[in-house]
Design a protein around this ligand. Structure first.
Ligand SMILES: C[S@@+](CC[C@H](N)C(=O)[O-])C[C@H]1O[C@@H](n2cnc3c(N)ncnc32)[C@H](O)[C@@H]1O
Length: 425
């Protein structure tokens, strides 16, 4: 059964899950019914995405989110693009929470264009059934200008199969194809998918799109909020894609008042993950070493970015995994806070330590650190999680009592059994 909720008049009575969104400068408090919070898009991510959409020519018409959850993303679109929206959500309480959340954003950001809120609606219903929603809302044919889809995925899914998504992409495409505008570039659609999709699954998604809208422009977008993690993987299609640029990497900064860092380029997706260009090479004393953000590497765009940094020739000593490492000829200037966000650590190798790192050998390491005038050192190596803080604490305490002057990091040699002691630039 379908039901319509109007943001202007919907009451929050009976909605209990009320949580502050810590990523919003406004400290919005959003309602999330039926444990919807983990599904919701953080406000800062939703807002950055809406701001990026401003660069594209979205045709006239309605913005639709056909699985809108708590309605965070669709509220951000409406707020930035200044258009009324339609949100559809299978779970009735969540659809109602979305209407209330929409009003919260609208009023707290101080907009007074009543037309926009009056013409925005949330429907509790099946987001796959385009025709039913169109006739319920008495919309003219082909009036959907832009479709957003962030399907739910089963918790603890290992497969991340396309068939597990709710609603399924093919069913949504079939249900909305007659109602969405499309030109030579294809329809304007944003598919917000699991960051765990394999390259083969990404190609499966592309094939599905091609089945419905052949020759559609496509730009895959990896979004990271830091710590080397890809938080979202989305496919931007048609009018919101870059005709010749198949990939985009977006780094959302920790400070919500700062704009995101955006990198466009890359190669089309292929069946295999990017070929690792790892070289089995031993570092020399004096060579430069940098640990690169793992999310940037996962997007397959690290070489595009490194190419612009004027660091001379470089080789990947480790490409995959949590701590990708390059050796390079020139020192990297930390030009901006964004450079330093994507370069986890950079420095020059001053020593190779052929010891296992344990509590028993910690003092030997400290002796070597002191020979190199080190005041502070960060361990950048995968150690047993119980051991890591103990060793780091022991190094911190022992170095604090001495009078070194240099900052350093300790990296496990990706191609050997020793540790690289690196002085930071
Ligand atoms: C990942 S959440 C969306 C979160 C949303 N982007 C936000 O910002 O809050 C996906 C939602 O799809 C809903 N859903 C699943 N199947 C659906 C269907 N057939 N029609 C409409 N919504 C559906 C789920 O109830 C869930 O709330």
């Amino acid at each position: 059964m379908t039901r319509i909720f109007h943001p202007l008049s919907e009451s929050s009575e009976g909605l209990f899950e009320n949580n502050p969104d810590k990523t919003s400068i406004e400290q919005f408090k959003f309602f999330h019914a039926d444990e919807g919070k983990p599904l919701a898009t953080p406000w800062q991510v939703a807002l950055s995405r809406a701001i990026m959409l401003r660069d594209y020519q979205i045709p006239e018409g309605v913005i639709l989110d056909c699985a809108c959850g708590s309605g965070i993303q669709i509220a951000a679109y409406s707020e930035i693009l200044k258009r009324p929206i339609i949100g559809v959500e299978l779970n009735e309480s969540r659809a109602r929470a979305s209407a209330v959340n929409f009003r919260t954003v609208f009023t707290e950001r101080g907009d007074n264009s009543l037309e926009r809120i009056k013409n925005s609606v949330f429907v509790a219903g099946d987001g796959r059934d385009g025709s039913a929603i169109m006739s319920l809302l008495k919309l003219e044919s082909e009036s959907v200008a832009f479709l957003h889809l962030d399907p739910a995925r089963p918790r603890n899914s290992r497969a991340h199969a396309l068939s597990e998504m709710a609603p399924r992409l093919d069913e949504v495409f079939a249900g909305w194809k007659p109602h969405i505008k499309s030109d030579d570039a294809g329809p304007a659609i944003l598919l917000d998918l699991s960051p765990r999709l394999s390259r083969n699954q990404m190609l499966e998604v592309e094939d599905l799109v091609e089945n419905f809208w052949p020759n559609t422009n496509k730009t895959w977008t990896w979004t990271s909020r830091g710590r080397g993690r890809v938080d979202r993987l989305a496919l931007w299609l048609g009018a919101i894609a870059e005709p010749t640029l198949p990939r985009r990497f977006v780094r959302i900064p920790p400070d919500p008042t700062m704009p995101p860092f955006i990198l466009l380029g890359g190669k089309p997706i292929a069946h295999q993950a990017e070929p690792s260009e790892e070289q089995f090479i031993q570092p020399q004393r004096g060579s430069y070493v940098s640990i690169i953000d793992a999310a940037l590497v996962e997007s397959g765009m690290a070489d595009d970015w490194l190419g612009d940094l004027s660091l001379g020739s470089y080789v990947w000593a480790q490409y995959h995994g949590r701590r990708p490492v390059i050796y390079h000829q020139e020192h990297i200037k930390q030009q901006s806070s964004l450079t330093s966000n994507l370069i986890v650590a950079t420095g020059r190798v001053v020593d190779l330590i052929n010891e296992e790192l344990t509590l028993e050998t910690a003092d030997k390491f400290v002796e070597i650190f002191l020979q190199h005038d080190i005041a502070k050192l960060t361990i950048r190596a995968s150690l047993n999680p119980n051991l890591q803080p103990k060793l780091q604490g022991s190094f911190d305490r022992q170095l604090a009592r001495r009078h070194g002057s240099r900052e350093a990091f300790l990296l496990h040699n990706p191609n050997g059994e020793n540790y690289l002691l690196c002085i930071k630039n």
